[in-house]
Design a binder for this molecule. Structure first.
Ligand code: TEU
Length: 529
């Protein structure tokens, strides 16, 4: 089976604001990314997903778009993005843009028109509603950032809905004019050579047309976001959204080899619906099971892999993610030793991996003092661990002030992680381990496109087998901090989180070090039997 680039390749998420500043304003930008493409080639990734770089008031750091077909001067110009696409393609690296269709900025001309009055041409491009009888918002729909999802507009004397900030009014995707306009946005970028899109909050794009209250959440945890007080039955994963996803995919299919990735925080059985009927939906509905799992142990991971693989529809291509710009970093969630184990799993499980920038360095969350908090999620619901600044700190390229990220004042403080320059010089560093994994992945068809079999947990050890046309590898991951003995086929260790193990022959039993994961090539395969 010939694999598409988005099947055998590895996606790397760049948070542009924090990747590389080229003009000293303390914020990353497009020329900065261009200057670092050779690093990404050195690392061995195949596609770059850029978080939004469109014009925006930046109330949610670019996820509040005021012009879908341009570039914010903070990041550069449209010509800079064209140059990035060309420079990436010259290196056989694909460019995926973040597409934010669920809501625009309140400063978008469409919303300014819509807010002008109930008779304005674009009134129905957004979700407006009278208040509840008596007073107050129409219903109990909440913002993901806390508080009501409705804001009163005194001028036109109605409420408008926003799943996130009041500065992010919800587009009305039931309106065919909105669909047509937003599908043309896709075509604008596709015509410029963009290789695909990561669709922001794909599962939120349709809301109940009867505006019914969401039911209370019996599992609501104290201290969490107020959003969790209700089950988003009427504001998430509505059946009509599938038609929108299929429409987006149909637009991408007007161009060759484009990929549609969906941001979807859903349980497995609902997540797989987004592959669409006959695979006409998203090729990669993001699988956040390893991001959201409460613990980190072999049996839980084995169960997730098994259930996910079983749930995939015919032709559904799997994918795995460990982190992104919205969630605490994997190394902070499970520790730096297990983060190596997690990296090996991410790059050996079946399907397309997405690597969040800095995780290849083993970056941890950087504590942000209250006075320096910038994320609205933290500002609106402080002290609940919902803030995202800690996982968004600038990429540390080298030691010293600015860490090679900027020669100005960084927009957000720089953490204390070992910089790339130091790690590149250390053969045992996380970045060299990840680079070795990526190289092994490219050398072994079993990893990029092979089957996954024999998924099991033996106490703290997760094991599975990858195979393709005579190339067979066995992955063993000790998810504990204690040594763990495990039965293995005799063979050779091709890669390990522990450098001393590499190249060693193993017999029927192997005692894994604490926090050790290995990739084993069984001997029966080595002699081609
Ligand atoms: O995030 C949507 C999402 O996953 C929310 O759960 C969000 O992570 C959480 O509520 C934040 O506390 C996407 C983007 O990735 C995120 O950066 C944006 O803020 C959000 O949509 C709105 O566009």
């Amino acid at each position: 089976m010939v694999l598409a680039w988005w099947q055998h390749g590895v996606v790397y998420q760049v948070y542009p604001r924090s990747f590389q500043d080229s003009d000293g304003d303390g914020t990353g930008d497009l020329p900065g990314i261009i200057s670092r493409l050779d690093y990404l080639v050195w690392l061995g990734v195949d596609a770059v997903w850029l978080s939004p770089v469109y014009p925006s008031p930046m109330t949610d750091f670019g996820y509040d778009v005021s012009d879908y077909c341009n570039v914010d001067l903070l990041f550069g110009t449209l010509a800079d993005l064209d140059a990035l696409i060309a420079a990436a393609h010259a290196r056989d690296v694909k460019i995926i843009l973040d597409y934010v269709p669920n809501h625009s900025s309140g400063q978008h001309p469409w919303f300014i028109n819509s807010r002008n009055g109930r008779a304005s041409a674009k009134r129905d491009w957004y979700i407006w509603h009278d208040g509840a009888p008596g007073s107050g918002p129409p219903n109990n729909w909440q913002s993901h950032f806390g508080g009501s999802g409705w804001t009163w507009d005194e001028g036109s004397r109605q409420y408008f809905y926003h799943s996130f900030l009041p500065t992010q009014p919800e587009l009305n995707w039931r309106n065919p004019q909105v669909r047509a306009a937003m599908f043309d946005v896709l075509r604008f970028w596709l015509a410029r050579g963009v290789d695909g899109f990561r669709v922001d909050v794909m599962w939120l794009m349709i809301k109940d047309d009867q505006f019914r209250d969401n039911p209370p959440n019996p599992h609501c945890t104290a201290g969490g976001s107020s959003y969790g007080r209700f089950i988003p039955l009427y504001t998430a994963d509505r059946p009509e959204v599938q038609e929108i996803v299929a429409g987006m995919r149909a637009v991408l299919d007007e161009y060759p080899d484009r990929v549609l990735i969906g941001e979807l925080y859903l349980p497995i059985d609902r997540l797989v619906a987004y592959y669409g009927v006959d695979g006409r939906g998203a090729q990669l509905p993001f699988n956040f099971q390893l991001v959201q799992m409460p613990g980190w142990d072999a049996s839980t991971i084995a169960d997730i892999i098994t259930r996910y693989e079983a749930a995939l529809p015919p032709g559904g291509w799997p994918n795995w993610v460990l982190g992104n710009h919205d969630r605490p970093r994997i190394a902070s969630r499970i520790g730096t030793a297990q983060a190596r184990v997690a990296a090996l799993l991410l790059l050996t499980l079946r399907g397309t991996p997405t690597l969040y920038m800095g995780d290849e360095l083993g970056m941890v969350d950087t504590p942000i003092p209250e006075a320096e908090v910038q994320d609205p999620a933290e500002q609106r619901e402080p002290g609940r661990g919902l803030g995202r600044d800690p996982e968004r700190t600038p990429f540390p390229w080298q030691a010293g002030p600015g860490a090679g990220f900027t020669n100005g004042t960084p927009w957000l403080r720089i953490g204390t992680d070992a910089p790339l320059s130091v790690q590149r010089a250390d053969p045992a560093s996380m970045v060299n381990f990840c680079r070795g994994l990526l190289a092994l992945r490219r050398r072994h068809p079993a990893l990029a496109g092979g089957t996954i079999e024999c998924v099991a947990a033996h106490g703290p050890v997760l094991s599975f087998r990858r195979a393709s046309h005579g190339d067979t590898l066995v992955v063993l991951a000790n998810t504990s901090g204690a040594p763990a003995a495990v039965e293995v086929p005799a063979g050779e260790v091709l890669l390990s989180t522990h450098a001393d193990r590499i190249g060693k022959s193993v017999t029927a039993a192997l005692t894994l070090h604490p926090d050790e994961a290995v990739i084993l090539q069984p001997r029966e395969v080595q002699h081609g039997r």
